[in-house]
Write a protein that binds this ligand. Structure first.
Ligand code: DQA
Length: 139
């Protein structure tokens, strides 16, 4: 089983960025934990700050892999192109947000991408990625 976690802009700064909101762990450290925890799954991690690279990655893996966990960061709230890419591919996508976007600024309450995803997880910290993986594996 192949699952890729895709993180969008600024998520390369996890552990350094607004730690009161996003926590003190880098994603690389958390990803190591996930690979140990889900050792039967072929787990890959991709991060980009560039919208086009996120689109290219969805196109590349979206017809062959079994699941995608996507935190599109701020592009969630702006990108029709990412929404279209999720609709275009076959692989199920789960949207994850580390923070509770609904408890934050109004511009974070709308997601272009969520309606084309299987479901969304918001506000459960990094644990949201683990829960999304569990859903994809159990399914
Ligand atoms: C985020 C929430 C977004 O609103 C924000 O732009 C991010 C991170 C989250 O994981 O909580 O970059 O997707």
């Amino acid at each position: 089983m192949k699952i890729t976690i895709i993180n969008g802009p600024n998520l390369n700064l996890l552990g350094k960025r607004e730690t009161d909101i996003y926590g003190k762990s880098s994603f690389e450290d958390y990803f190591k934990k996930l690979t140990r925890q889900f050792d039967k799954v072929e787990l890959t991690y991709f991060q980009s700050n560039h919208e086009g690279e996120l689109l290219d990655k969805l196109h590349e893996i979206g017809f062959s892999e079994d699941g995608i966990v996507l935190n599109a960061g701020a592009y969630t709230h702006t990108s029709i192109a990412l929404a279209d890419a999720i609709a275009a591919i076959n692989t199920p996508v789960i949207e994850v947000h580390i923070s509770n976007v609904f408890a934050r600024e109004a511009f974070r309450h709308h997601s272009y991408t969520a309606k084309n995803c299987v479901g969304s997880i918001s506000g459960l910290g990094l644990k949201g990625y683990e829960l999304a993986l569990r859903y994809l594996i159990d399914k």
